[in-house]
Design a protein around this ligand. Structure first.
Ligand code: MN
Ligand code: MN
Ligand code: MN
Length: 276
């Protein structure tokens, strides 16, 4: 059984490992096919230098943030052309949206006396994209709160001073960019949005109508009943199925790199679309 992991993160977004360390770890874990899917960036691929002394295939990928109705959701672009103008457009738009939000959060924090938060969050992000977790760590670092949980409770969570709305590209636009970059749009971890089965199917319906072709049937350690339900939906809609650990860091056993991810038999695996 080949080991296939099509959803992983490096420190170019919120992962712990530099790209080359991730790849080395994947080789050690005997992974046959790996995709790196950082949040709204493909910079990991510029850094890859590790000579791959194995047959491991690396699939260029990215994980975009967007929204469906009022809900924040994630869409993977798998096997995208890294040199395409559409992909460039997509990551530029998303990173500008992220920067604007980070600037706003910092302004809001300054208004309550917490200065230099943007710089502090950038330091925490170590050159990666700045998000709320980096602000949370900065707030701990500067002594404003005692832990990151409190940072969200006091400053960053819903309704607090640093709760700034994120303006991502629309779902329609994200899917169009992925397709223009010759990739396949995959609805990431459909079980992680807190939706009822009915709502989840409504989301998948809309996703497919907008050109989305695949769903992530298996995401890390997952309830087998959910896997069966997603596999059934994928088959009924004639959509491709993907699987990935959503690996961020070696100390998260529920999302282990190289974990066994076996799609139910009825699924049409996304990688069959990449043969030849
Ligand atoms: Mn993440
Ligand atoms: Mn995600
Ligand atoms: Mn992810």
């Amino acid at each position: 059984m080949p080991i296939i992991d099509l959803h992983t993160h490096t420190n170019k977004s919120d992962g712990a490992l530099p790209p080359n360390e991730l790849v080395q770890r994947a080789v050690d874990a005997k992974i046959d096919m790996l995709s790196i899917t950082d949040h709204d960036t493909v910079r990991a691929f510029d850094d890859l230098t590790t000579p791959i002394a194995s047959a491991m295939r690396i699939i260029p990928g990215v994980e975009f943030s967007t929204q469906w109705r009022t809900l924040g959701i994630h869409v993977l672009g798998l096997n995208v052309d890294l040199s395409s103008a559409a992909l460039d457009c997509a990551v530029t738009f998303q990173s500008e949206a992220r920067c604007l939000r980070a600037e706003k959060i910092a302004e809001r924090l300054a208004s309550v006396g917490i200065v230099d938060a943007l710089l502090g969050a950038q330091v925490e992000a170590r050159g990666g994209a700045v998000g709320r977790p980096h602000f949370a760590r900065f707030l701990v670092e500067c002594g404003a709160v005692k832990d990151t949980g409190q940072a969200f409770k006091k400053y960053l969570g819903t309704g607090k001073i640093g709760d700034v709305k994120q303006h991502w590209a629309t779902l329609e636009q994200i899917i169009a960019w992925i397709k223009d970059a010759n990739g396949i749009a995959v609805l990431a971890h459909p079980g992680k949005y807190g939706l009822t089965r009915t709502k989840r199917i409504a989301l998948i319906d809309d996703f497919q109508k907008l050109g989305g072709e695949a769903i992530e049937v298996l995401s890390g350690q997952q309830d087998p009943a959910l896997t069966a339900s997603l596999a059934e939906t994928a088959s009924a809609k004639n959509m491709l199925a993907s699987c990935g650990s959503d690996f961020h860091s070696p100390n998260q056993p529920w999302a282990r790199l190289g974990m066994s991810l076996v799609l139910p038999k009825a699924c049409r695996p996304i990688w069959h679309a990449w043969d030849n």
